[in-house]
Design a protein around this ligand. Structure first.
Ligand code: UD1
Ligand code: CA
Length: 457
């Protein structure tokens, strides 16, 4: 096998996105476009990747890290000019060079592999990855001669009436014989509608000097999509979502309506889990087997075990262990750690707190900065008072305790094993094991007084 190199074009600003975020950093299914591109290149195994950066260079470098080398294109004078910026790193090498745009996130490693194989099999000096579209507007068109051989690529803005009717287009991905690429790039001019040095011009230069150039037509127009504006971005998100959801379905996940379920690329879901419409699963979320995630749940970077039910709730950086259930309308914030078979009910917010096995926090409760043991019952409307406006305080509740409704636990405080708290108490001191803590005003009834209330006057 020849040495293989890859160049990612990522120096453009992406003016058509109308955004302060550089184009290749816009996420598709939760991941920057350029990240999708490099992952697919990594999967075809190349000896070296060079990314051309310009606008947002530092941010692109931060995203890709040391998986790529970088060439800086200080002025964006066109895709051909961009590739020349890699000359110091690549020019002297021998082998096959894959060039791919940072704005084609849907391209798969399989297609790249097919392109490289085709290119090497026919001994071409350049092979364009092309596709057929009903409407190829905006793309460069592949112009073929009478023998159906590739002659050149003409950009939309430079095309004649007749050329505009061509529906085979340049996907912006190519394979080159490396030496021929750099040699012909020096001959590319900028006498065209955009005044840019076009990489596609290399094709006609090689053709005219008698070298073999070819186009490998891929069979999915969708996969080849280049993202230039927000309309295309939304379309790419839909296509990527459909692809991701289909993979989960093939792995045994049930979707009631996959078209309304958004799952980011890195999410893992176990077999026999059922997902209802409107669910968002983001980041590094992992969901186990046989879970039930109901409508409109929004789960980010969380770890959910097996046989868990999440009803219409929001989770971020939370852990929910086997057999637990959450919601409806619960909010689990960072470091909420819900142990096996615990129950978190409606309108409960949990932050930086461990809820022990079998413990129930059923209704309208805030638990922050706390450690709760096993089999505890937390009554409705309990507040773990953890913050004095400056410092956070930790509360401990030991196994088998019972907290009556409407309780304030003012941290730091510890409730011992088997303790109980009377409803409506504001607890500021530790409660020993087996004790009942009660801290509330005594009731007195004023006979007949209700009649004197202002509303009875
Ligand atoms: C390009 C192709 C077109 C093809 C289309 C496929 C050219 C001249 N045209 O057009 O034939 O059909 O892709 O999607 O190549 N970039 C740089 N430096 C520059 C200019 C661009 O790094 O000076 C990068 C951009 O960041 C982007 C990529 O190159 O990732 C493509 O540039 P873009 O402006 O999107 O080209 P298109 O007009 O889409
Ligand atoms: Ca583009």
């Amino acid at each position: 096998m020849k040495n293989r190199y890859a160049i990612i074009l990522a120096a453009g600003k992406g003016s058509r996105m109308k955004s302060s975020l550089y184009k290749v950093l816009h996420p598709v299914a939760g991941k920057p476009m350029v990240e999708h591109v490099i992952e697919q290149i990594e999967a075809v195994k190349v000896d070296e990747i060079v990314t051309i950066v310009g606008f947002g260079a530092e941010m692109v470098k931060e995203q890709l890290g040391d998986r790529s080398k970088y060439a800086l294109q200080t002025e964006q004078l066109g895709t051909g000019h961009a590739v020349l910026a890699t000359a110091d790193l690549l020019k002297a090498k021998n082998g096959t060079t894959l060039v791919i745009c940072g704005d084609t996130p849907l391209l798969t490693a399989e297609t790249l592999e097919e392109l490289i194989n085709h290119h090497e099999a026919i001994g071409a000096k350049a092979t364009i990855l092309s596709a057929i579209a009903k409407d190829a507007s905006g793309y460069g068109r592949i112009v073929r001669n009478a023998e159906n051989h590739v002659e050149k690529i003409v950009e939309h803005k430079d095309a004649s009436e007749e050329e505009l009717r061509i529906n085979e287009f340049n996907t912006g991905t190519y394979c080159f014989d490396n030496a021929f690429l750099f040699e012909s790039l020096t001959q590319v001019g900028n006498d065209n509608a955009q005044g840019e040095y076009y990489l596609p011009d290399v094709i006609s230069i090689l053709k005219q000097q008698g070298d073999i150039v070819s186009a490998y037509i891929m069979d999915s127009e969708e996969e080849s999509m280049g993202i230039n504006d927000r309309v295309a971005l939304a379309k790419a998100n839909q296509l990527m979502t459909a692809r991701i959801n289909e993979n989960h379905m093939k792995n045994g996940v049930t979707f009631l309506d996959p078209s309304t379920t958004y799952i980011e690329s890195d999410v893992v879901i176990g077999q026999d889990t059922v997902i209802e419409p409107g669910v968002m699963l983001r980041g590094k979320t992992v969901i186990g087997d046989n879970c039930f995630i109901t409508a409109n749940s929004d789960i980010s970077n969380s770890h959910i075990g097996n046989n868990v039910v999440i009803k219409s709730s929001t989770l971020n950086q939370a852990v929910v262990k086997d057999g637990a259930d959450v919601g409806p309308y619960a909010h689990l914030r960072p470091n909420a750690d819900i142990h096996e078979n615990a129950h978190i009910g409606n309108f409960v917010e949990i932050k930086k707190a461990t809820i022990g096995e079998g413990t129930k926090v059923g209704h309208l409760t805030y638990v922050g900065d706390a450690t709760l043991g096993k089999d505890i019952n937390v009554g409705c409307g309990t507040v773990f008072v953890n913050y004095d406006g400056k410092n956070k305080f930790h509360t401990i509740v030991e196994d088998h305790s019972f907290i009556g409704s409407g309780t304030n636990l003012v941290g730091p405080v510890t409730l011992g094993r088997n303790s109980a708290i009377a409803a409506g108490s504001t607890i500021t001191k530790d409660v020993p094991e087996d004790a009942l803590g009660i801290a509330r005003g005594r009731q007195s009834n004023l006979e007949g007084y209700a009649k004197k209330m202002p509303y009875n006057e």
